[in-house]
Design a protein around this ligand. Structure first.
Ligand code: PDD
Length: 286
């Protein structure tokens, strides 16, 4: 079951006019929200980021946060599985093709949910491969825009060589992955690039830094050079659907000793514990 513009229906019945500006221009924003035990995880953070994305492209938020929460709860209840991931998508609506914003048009709102399959234990035990590429995206990567052509092409570069992610480098510094944030470990310290307009402010990124701070793990938030990602003890990838994953090889060369390191193991464990605590309702689910 999905939600489209005020109605719940089976996905097969959902129809979008071809003149939707999402289809014509990629003119819209989205969110991906993990759901554990049928409860959206860090919903307030995702809704705040959605608001920032909408502000960034000048679409008025069609719903209050309470309305979003009840729409999402309905979708979660109507779909199978305790763990799901919600895809929420808003476009500028349907209008005759013209780059300029249309007047008096309502945004299109679409919500779907799929089963959440976090990375299997075997993959976490070995780690995954990543490659690097020049970050050729626009300068507003902080907006979670549905126009993802560069990200699609960059991710496919990794897939084509049997890797899972492409780490992006802009003017000598690492920004993020094609669909993830990247952390580096050097001198036993976790290093994260600072949030700015060149990367998506990841919710999982925030959680990892919160966990580091709360558990006495040394960390720094600062620019990360290309040299540092190529000469790191560990490289970690984070996203709402992949949680935390260790990268074992970068451009075919072993990262550290080529196996998941102690920082990954510690953070992964802390993340799972935190997730379970939040889902039991023992701590605030932002
Ligand atoms: N992508 N950077 C980019 C470019 C992303 O697309 C994502 C997530 C992230 C991680 O953000 P978060 O931790 O809030 O999921 C960083 C989602 C999962 C997607 O597009 O499917």
């Amino acid at each position: 079951m999905i939600y489209l513009n005020g109605e719940f229906m089976p996905i097969e019945e959902a129809r979008i006019p071809v003149l939707d500006r999402g289809f014509i221009f990629g003119d819209g924003v989205y969110e991906v929200i993990p759901v554990y035990s049928r409860r959206p995880f860090r919903l307030a953070d995702h809704l705040n980021r959605l608001q920032d994305s909408l502000d960034g492209i000048r679409i008025t938020n069609p719903h209050t946060n309470d309305e979003w929460a009840s729409l999402l709860n309905q979708i979660i209840a109507d779909n199978e599985g305790d763990d799901q991931y919600i895809y929420l998508h808003i476009t500028r609506g349907v209008a005759k093709r013209d780059h300029a914003f249309p007047k008096g048009v309502l945004p299109t709102v679409f919500i779907m949910s799929n089963p959440l399959t976090t990375p299997p234990k075997e993959l976490l035990a070995t780690g995954v491969d990543a490659i690097t590429a020049v970050d050729n995206r626009w300068l507003r990567c902080d907006i979670k825009a549905i126009s993802l052509l560069p990200n699609v092409l960059l991710r496919q570069m990794a897939i084509d060589v049997g890797a899972v992610e492409t780490i992006l480098i802009r003017e000598g510094f690492m920004t993020e992955g094609a669909a993830s944030n990247i952390f580096v470990v050097r001198s036993n310290s976790l290093i994260a690039p600072p949030k700015n307009h060149l990367m998506l402010p990841g919710i999982t990124y925030d959680i990892v830094l919160e966990l580091a701070a709360a558990n006495g793990i040394p960390y720094e938030v600062r620019k990360v050079s290309e040299y540092e990602i190529r000469n790191s003890q560990e490289l970690l990838l984070t996203s709402s659907t992949k949680e935390i994953m260790p990268i074992k090889r970068l451009d075919g060369k072993a990262v550290g000793d080529g196996a998941p390191g102690s920082m990954f193991k510690r953070l992964y464990q802390l993340y799972q514990t935190y997730k379970n605590t939040v889902m039991r309702g023992d701590t605030n689910n932002n």
